[in-house]
Design a protein around this ligand. Structure first.
Ligand code: ZN
Ligand code: ZN
Length: 269
């Protein structure tokens, strides 16, 4: 198996973890596996560290120390960061975890910053085309009620705080991350979400604009690859921002209530 990845801090190795770790697992059950890259110190070492972490439930530091007993391992700082995320996600790449979503958003922002080409970025599926129902709340266009996103696609932010966690890993991204807008930390009038397939009206080289409902074309929010502010003062980079006043939220509780009411109605009939 071959994985194409540069030994650079900004390289996304995390998305290959499942594939590589399963491959190592399967290979070890037969004869054994040779994990290698050019120097055998950063890329392949990171994969072996991730494997040790998952197998033996070790922290990144412990797994690195263990590998250093038999090999020269020196993962670059970006890979160390991703091993830390892997540990925080309990040794799996959980794509619904806030940790992963935050990383993925930054990675997309970084990829866009390199060539301003939007069309080559892989976006989350449109909830309208996904058959399995979400376990959490769903968000709909206020005007035409078309579903826009699932709860899993919301990117949480801490009111008033800057999202500077990945500054070191993704350098030279467009968008200043530091908060400058004091805002009101008690109030968020917008929500930040992952870019979703229905947003594909965004064009290459266009770095900001409106987000329109794909059914009725009502404005539901805006996007800005260099980031934008929430009313609470947090700046999120890049920003795919929906205005709370333009979407309806249907919570799971409401659905359960509705179903119960329906049952009740039927009985009465
Ligand atoms: Zn609509
Ligand atoms: Zn906010």
């Amino acid at each position: 198996m071959v994985v194409f990845a540069y030994d650079e801090e900004c390289e996304n190795l995390l998305d290959f973890f499942d594939l590589c770790l399963d491959f190592i697992d399967a290979g070890r059950k037969e004869k054994g596996v040779l994990a290698h890259c050019f120097a055998g110190q950063s890329r392949s070492a990171s994969m072996v560290i991730a494997y040790l972490m998952r197998m033996e439930k070790l922290s990144g530091k412990e797994a690195l120390a263990s590998l250093r007993q038999c090999a020269q391992a020196r993962p670059n700082p970006g890979f160390l960061k991703q091993l830390d995320l892997f540990e925080r996600m309990n040794f799996k790449v959980d794509r619904s975890s806030p940790i992963y979503k935050h990383f993925r958003l930054k990675d997309l922002g970084y990829l866009y910053s390199t060539d301003k080409k939007f069309h080559r970025l892989k976006l989350r599926a449109d909830p309208e085309t996904v058959s399995n129902e979400s376990s959490g709340s769903t968000y709909h266009c206020k005007k035409c009620k078309r579903i826009l996103l699932f709860q899993e696609q919301v990117i949480d932010h801490t009111p008033g705080e800057a999202d500077s966690e990945f500054d070191d890993m993704f350098k030279n991204m467009i968008g200043e991350v530091r908060n400058k807008n004091p805002g009101d930390p008690n109030q968020c009038t917008s929500m930040f979400v992952e870019p979703i397939e229905w947003m594909n009206t965004m064009e290459d080289y266009v770095s900001e604009g409106k987000l329109l409902c794909p059914k009725c074309s009502a404005k539901v929010g805006s996007f800005d690859w260099s980031g934008s502010y929430c009313s609470c003062g947090s700046k999120i980079v890049p920003a795919f921002q929906l205005q709370m006043s333009r979407v309806d939220v249907i919570t799971v509780k409401d659905c359960v209530k509705k179903k119960k009411n329906n049952k009740h109605d039927k009985r009465r009939v």
